[in-house]
Design a protein. Structure first.
Length: 454
């Protein structure tokens, strides 16, 4: 029995590992990049693994962790391979008439056109961002308009700055995270527009409040301006009927617009087929199934779907991956004066200084966070340093401990002066006692020969 998994992000890797652990011997994982991890390596911020492992990994560290699991389980990985289509194998050619067979047509960087026969397929192809044209917003289309993910790729993996002054359309997590990232790099974020507070509470605190970035809820973009390069945007508040109030419109000069207006599952390869799981051997998981808030939840779903695919192929329901970790419920009806950012759950706590008291926290870590936040707020800084590799011009890094929030600008100045050479992997020290903070700067992704290991 052969299982093909399309997509080497957190969902695909988890599904492949789970299927192997549940007895499927022939598992092939197809990934279009030349490395595993999907979008994770460009996510240099922390927030990954907090629920599955109670560790605050960066995207690169989380990708490395699961890449090692995938390879150690003996999954056959096809990198630099793009899937073009998934189709049913004609019934007259099937070896088992009662079981659906699938033909995966793809193109590989070295082998050219490739066809793969599989008895079951898991589609973990992720999602793509909504673009400005899809939102039908009028105006010119000059240079300087990016989706938030493309700007993230430019800055965190290609060493390009998108501009000097920016407006962000969308108050979801990626928009908030990019607001902080651009601010740390010296780009002035003039405004974040959002219809509601849709991002995680910890990102609102650490990415917006920490840097006093203006945010307007209930406002939207109504037009873009510029010929060769973006010159500015017009924004306006939304009325109750959802129509912009043009009498209150404002023009904001900027050379960069980031569109962070939602995600769409990427399912073109199975267009025309319905993923019905146990009925026909075609499964969906991760953001290709539905958009998740956390990579931890994507991983959990991948583990579950890998088990289901194994049960379909082997005719057993045995769960040998261990107990599934439950997803924590959202906070409801909580009141307080401090929001804990230790994990994405974001407990709303009531904190008093004299005498020191904390209530409303769901775990003991909230007490330590509250005391630290009152006396001396600290944050882990994530960024990139330059390398001598033209194919991978930057290496993602972070401080190995939280540093004083007031020292973040000093740390960024020191980071920008660093240039590394040679082979690095997650956890390797890049610089000791960065900017005199007592924290070391460590790698969270890889360079050199280590890239070949994932």
């Amino acid at each position: 029995m052969k299982l093909a998994v399309i997509g080497g992000g957190p969902a695909g890797m988890a599904a492949a590992v789970s299927a192997r652990k549940n007895g499927v011997e022939d598992v092939v994982l197809i990934e279009r990049h030349d490395y595993l991890g999907g979008v994770l390596p460009q996510c240099i911020h922390t927030g990954f693994g907090t629920q599955l492992y109670e560790r605050d990994y960066t995207g690169g560290e989380y990708a490395w962790l699961w890449a090692e699991k995938t390879l150690s389980e003996g999954v056959d990985v096809m990198r630099s391979t793009t899937v073009l289509s998934v189709s049913k194998i004609p019934s007259e050619t099937k070896t088992e008439p009662d079981r659906q067979g699938w033909l995966i047509t793809c193109v590989n960087a070295s082998a050219g056109a490739v066809e793969i026969d599989a008895d079951a397929v898991i589609v973990a192809s992720g999602c793509r961002e909504r673009t400005l044209p899809q939102m039908m917003i009028p105006g010119s289309r000059p240079a300087g308009i990016f989706t938030a993910g493309s700007a993230q790729l430019m800055m965190n993996m290609k060493n390009y700055l998108p501009g000097r002054s920016a407006v962000i359309l969308g108050s979801g997590d990626i928009g908030l995270i990019m607001a902080r990232r651009m601010t740390l790099e010296g780009i002035r974020v003039k405004l974040i527009l959002g219809q509601e507070a849709s991002g995680l509470a910890r990102n609102i605190v650490q990415c917006v409040d920490d840097f006093d970035i203006p945010m307007r809820y209930g406002w939207t973009l109504v037009s873009t301006h510029g010929y060769r390069r973006l010159k500015g945007v017009t924004v306006a508040p939304l009325q109750e009927d959802g129509v912009p109030d043009m009498s209150r419109r404002e023009y904001i000069p900027c050379d960069t617009l980031l569109v962070a207006a939602g995600l769409v599952p990427e399912l073109e390869v199975i267009r025309g087929y319905e993923a019905r799981g146990m009925e026909n051997g075609l499964f969906l998981c991760g953001n290709a199934n539905r958009v998740h808030d956390l990579a931890d939840h994507v991983t959990e779903e991948g583990l579950r779907v890998g088990q289901e695919a194994a049960a379909y192929l082997l005719g057993t329901g045995t769960d040998r991956c261990g107990q599934r970790i439950p997803v924590r419920e959202e906070m409801k009806d909580r009141q307080g004066n401090m929001l804990c950012t230790v994990c994405p759950k974001g407990c709303i706590m009531s904190v008093s200084r004299d005498p020191f008291r904390v209530s409303g926290n769901d775990c003991p870590r909230g007490v330590g966070f509250a005391k630290q936040e009152l006396d001396d707020p600290k944050r882990v800084l994530t960024s990139v340093v330059r390398t001598d590799d033209p194919l991978h011009p930057v290496l993602a890094v972070r401080t190995d401990a939280a540093v004083d929030r007031s020292k973040l600008a000093d740390v960024m100045k020191a980071v920008k002066r660093i240039r590394v050479t040679g082979d690095f992997r997650p956890g390797d020290t890049v610089a000791e006692n960065i900017a005199g903070t007592g924290a070391d700067l460590i790698a969270t992704w890889c360079t050199g020969d280590s890239m070949k290991k994932i």
